[in-house]
Design a protein around this ligand. Structure first.
Ligand SMILES: Nc1ncnc2c1ncn2[C@@H]1O[C@H](COP(=O)(O)OP(=O)(O)OP(=O)(O)O)[C@@H](O)[C@H]1O
Ligand SMILES: [Mg+2]
Length: 244
């Protein structure tokens, strides 16, 4: 893989008919970085992620993820990444362990499966779940289980689309402690969130507005671009105002 960057996007665009959902974005993400994609509802965050996951073919532009081109080698990209979508599919009538076993099978894990399930249960702190069915878990518990499922095959790059939506502050804190640990071990994390307190702690950010990249850099650099004493929340509100 490209030693320099885990993700490189160059003029990446996705148009749905006349709608330019993503309209030519260019950015790089370093290995082991926590990179946030921020922006109002409908600004193109999920569409960008789905192109980077090799799930949606770009209308224009190119991107490489873990060294593979998303358009010419989407299958290589898919095997190198984990993706926790906004509607991650846990099976409500299965226990945590049964869900992990199912996803391990999907990823083709075989001899390694028992060890990887034990790893996920330990790292995601799933012991407290007992044998409960996933439908009976709290939102925070479900998020940690979904995270475990998306990491079983040791992806180099992990995409998290609003992983903490509807999760309480204590559970969010535990979630981000786990994520920072993964990044420290070299996993690259691309994440969307509407919580600006979370975004403050990301390594770098990209703000999207109507499919265009409007700010890009560390939280400090982004705030400096928008002016003295601006918080990320101020910037978010200002960008949203410009959408109306
Ligand atoms: N398959 C599709 N066909 C047509 N339009 C689509 C499709 N997928 C997304 N869009 C449109 O593209 C735009 C960007 O959507 P996207 O889901 O990327 O936004 P988002 O930034 O993830 O929003 P949110 O914060 O609400 O999750 C929206 O106007 C959406 O309606
Ligand atoms: Mg979205």
């Amino acid at each position: 893989m490209n030693a320099a960057h885990a993700v490189e996007a160059r003029g990446l665009a996705k148009h749905f008919g006349a709608l330019k959902a993503v309209d030519g974005v260019t950015f790089d993400i370093a290995a082991g970085e926590i990179f946030g994609i921020l922006g109002p509802n409908g600004s193109g965050k999920t569409t960008t992620i789905r192109m980077l996951c090799g799930l949606l073919t770009p209308t224009a532009g190119t991107a490489t993820v873990a060294g593979s081109d998303v358009t010419t080698h989407p299958d290589r990209v898919k095997s190198a990444i984990g993706y926790m979508s906004q509607a991650f599919g846990l099976y409500g009538d299965l226990t945590a362990e049964e869900n992990l076993r199912f996803y391990g099978g999907v990823y083709g894990l075989d001899r390694d499966l028992g060890a990887r399930i034990a790893w996920a249960e330990d790292r995601m702190k799933l012991a407290e779940l007992g044998g409960r069915l996933s439908a009976q878990l709290s939102g925070g518990q479900r998020q940690r289980l979904a995270l475990g499922c998306s990491l079983l095959h040791r992806p180099q790059v992990l995409f998290l689309d609003e992983p903490t939506a509807g999760v309480d502050p204590a559970a969010r804190r535990l979630f981000w402690t786990i994520i920072r640990g993964l990044a420290d071990e070299g996993t690259t994390i691309i994440v969307t969130t509407h919580y600006m307190d979370e975004a403050e702690r990301f390594d770098r950010l990209a703000f999207l507005s109507r499919g265009t990249l409007t700010a890009y850099g560390t939280p400090t650099e982004v705030k400096r671009t928008f002016g003295e004493n601006m918080t990320l929340e101020d910037i978010f509100v200002q960008l949203q105002g410009s959408e109306a």
